[in-house]
Design a protein. Structure first.
Length: 68
């Protein structure tokens, strides 16, 4: 009778998952660097001055109430 011997250890499926998880970790580390360290783009202080001068608006005069 022939022996049915399987020498395949079956660990190949986890290798692909490890590469995917490793790639996700590297991408998240790069994104975190750009978010928290400023990323080196522009780098200097930004002076934003928004000054809006609007005319003063007043409500129309109300007529005096007629009392009894």
């Amino acid at each position: 009778m022939a022996d049915n011997i399987n020498n395949n250890t079956g660990g190949g499926g986890n290798t692909g998952m490890a590469f995917i998880v490793g790639a996700v970790v590297v991408v998240l580390a790069i994104v975190a660097y750009f978010v928290f360290a400023g990323g080196g783009f522009g780098g200097g202080e930004k002076d934003v001055n928004v000054d809006v001068d609007l005319p003063e608006v007043s409500a129309p005069a109300m007529p005096a109430p007629s009392g009894s």
